[in-house]
Design a protein around this ligand. Structure first.
Ligand code: HAM
Length: 420
C-alpha cells in the first residue's frame, strides 16, 4: 500500500475499529466503580494557563519542565495542554465554588492527556485516563475508598496480576525534617554529577533510581515511612486497616516516588508486571496543600489517574477478553421498495433498543450477505418483493444458519428473546 500523505503525529494513541470497542470497554469498566461510589462527572478543558501546571504540578518535575506542550495563544497568553487532570479539576472546583457545599466533593473525569515523552510501547504523547478526585476530607476511609474504586475497576475488567504499591509521604510537619536527614545521607555518597543535581532539586526522587549500584548505595537510606509524625503514622495505619477490611491486598513500598510534586501522606501506584518498562497502570494519592496553593481554601484532597491505554495493554498481556456489544440484526433489502421498508424496520427496532445495521447501495445479494457476515450480527434478514407482499419474514441465525419464521410485528420480540 502506498504511504498515505498524512500520518498521525508521532507517539499518539489512536483507537479504531475493532480495537476501539475494547478501548470503550476499559474506559467504562474503570469509570463504573466511581459512578457507583457517588462520584459525579466533570468535563474540564484540555488546555489551561501554563502557570496552573507549573504551580500545581511543580516546576522541577519532568512532567512540567520537559514534557509539556506549551504555546502562546493568539492573545499572547501562555497555554499548555494538560499533562494530568488533578490541577484542572481543583481549579474548576475553586472557580465554581463546588467546595462551598457538602464535603467531600467527589468528581470523576476521563479524556486525553498530553506529555511530550519519548514514545514507546505504553508511553504515548497523547494518552487517556479515567480519574477521580475527592476533595475536602482527611478521613482515612476516603483514602481507602479511592483506592478501592481503582482496584474494583481493574478487577471488574478481569485483571488478576496487578500489584498495589502503597506508602505515606508525610505532611508539611514531618517531611521537611525527613528531607534534611535524606540530604545529609546523600551528601556522604559518591554520586555522579547528574544524580547530585537531581538530589539538589528533589532529594526524594533519587530514591527511585533503579540502577543496581544506586540501589546498593541507597539500601540504608532513611525512609519517610520510618520518620512520619504521629498524625501521619496513625493516618496511614488507619488507611491500611480499612484496606484490610476490604480485603484489598497491597505492598508497602517506602521508596515509591511519584512524578508529580503535590503528593502528601497516602500515595499509591498500580503496577502490572507483564508490561515491562511502562508498568504503571494507574496511580494517585493525597495532595493536602494543593488547593490552597492554587488560591482556594486550605482543603485536603485525594484522587487517582488510571491509564486506559496501559490497562488495555495489561488485559491483552493477561490474554483477557472483552464483552463487547455485537449487532443484533443486519438487514439486506433487495430492491428500492424494500429499501424503504428496511430503513423503517431498522429505525423502529433501534428505537426498541436493538443494534441494527443494513446494507446500502446496490451491492447484489451476494455482496450484501458478505457484509452481513462481516458485520458480526447475530441475525440477518433479507427483505424483497415476496416478503413485502406476504409479510412472512425469515430470520437467519448467522452462526448456525437456522431459519426462524417471523413477521414485522413480532420481529423485535423475537430478537430480544433470542439475544445472546
Ligand atoms: P500519573 O501517575 O502521572 O498521575 O498518571 C496516571 C497514569 O496515567 C499512569 O499510571 C499511567 O498509567 C498513565 N500515563 C501517564 N503517562 C502516560 C504516557 N505518556 N502514556 C501512557 N500512559 C500514561 C497523574 O496523572 C495524577 N493526576 C493522578 C492523580 C489524581 N493523583 C491524584 N489525583
Amino acid at each position: 500500500m502506498a504511504r498515505p500523505s498524512f500520518q498521525a503525529p508521532k507517539g499518539v494513541a489512536e483507537y479504531l475499529p475493532p480495537d476501539s470497542a475494547d478501548f470503550l470497554a476499559v474506559r467504562d469498566g474503570l469509570s463504573e466503580p466511581a459512578i457507583r461510589a457517588g462520584y459525579l462527572y466533570a468535563e474540564v478543558p484540555v488546555f489551561e494557563d501554563t502557570t496552573l501546571f507549573t504551580r500545581g504540578v511543580g516546576e522541577s518535575t519532568d512532567v512540567v519542565s520537559k514534557e509539556m506542550y506549551t504555546f502562546d495563544d493568539r492573545g499572547g497568553r501562555s497555554i499548555s495542554l494538560r499533562p494530568e487532570g488533578t490541577v484542572g479539576v481543583i481549579r474548576a472546583t475553586i472557580e465554581h465554588g463546588l467546595d462551598r457545599g457538602q464535603l467531600p466533593v467527589k468528581l470523576w473525569y476521563s479524556g486525553p492527556f498530553f506529555r511530550a515523552e519519548r514514545p514507546q510501547q505504553g508511553r504515548y504523547r497523547q494518552f487517556f485516563q479515567v480519574g477521580i478526585e475527592a476533595i475536602g476530607s482527611e478521613d482515612p476511609a476516603l483514602d481507602a475508598e479511592v483506592i478501592s474504586v481503582a482496584y474494583r475497576g481493574y478487577q471488574g475488567l478481569g485483571l488478576t496480576q496487578f500489584r498495589l504499591d502503597l506508602t505515606s509521604l508525610g505532611d508539611k510537619n514531618c517531611r521537611p525534617q525527613y528531607r534534611e536527614l535524606l540530604v545529609a545521607f546523600l551528601a556522604d555518597l559518591p554520586l555522579d554529577d547528574a544524580t547530585r543535581k537531581r538530589a539538589a532539586l528533589n532529594p526524594l526522587r533519587v530514591l527511585d533510581d533503579k540502577r543496581p549500584e544506586m540501589s546498593e548505595m541507597l539500601k540504608d537510606a532513611p525512609l519517610m515511612k520510618n520518620h512520619l509524625c504521629k498524625e501521619c503514622d496513625d493516618h496511614f495505619a488507619s488507611v491500611c486497616q480499612h484496606l484490610d477490611d476490604l480485603k484489598i491486598a497491597y505492598t508497602i513500598a517506602p521508596k515509591m516516588v511519584r512524578g508529580l510534586d503535590y503528593y502528601t501522606r497516602t500515595t499509591f501506584e498500580f503496577v502490572h508486571p507483564l508490561l515491562g518498562a511502562q508498568s504503571g497502570i494507574g496511580g494517585g494519592g493525597r495532595y493536602d496543600g494543593l488547593m490552597a496553593e492554587l488560591g482556594g481554601q486550605d482543603l485536603s484532597g485525594i484522587g487517582f489517574g488510571l491509564g486506559i491505554d496501559r490497562t488495555l495493554l495489561a488485559i491483552r498481556a493477561e490474554q483477557g477478553t472483552f464483552k463487547t456489544n455485537h449487532l443484533d440484526l443486519f438487514i439486506v433489502p433487495m430492491e428500492s421498495e424494500a429499501r424503504r421498508a428496511a430503513l423503517i424496520v431498522a429505525d423502529s427496532l433501534r428505537t426498541a433498543g436493538l443494534l441494527v445495521d443494513l446494507s446500502f447501495g446496490d451491492r447484489g445479494l451476494k455482496g450484501a450477505m458478505k457484509a452481513a457476515d462481516k458485520s458480526g450480527a447475530q441475525f440477518s434478514l433479507v427483505i424483497g418483493e415476496s416478503e413485502l407482499a406476504s409479510g412472512a419474514l425469515s430470520l437467519k441465525e448467522m452462526s448456525t444458519g437456522e431459519l426462524i419464521p417471523a413477521t414485522m410485528e413480532n420481529l423485535s420480540e423475537l430478537l430480544l428473546a433470542r439475544r445472546t
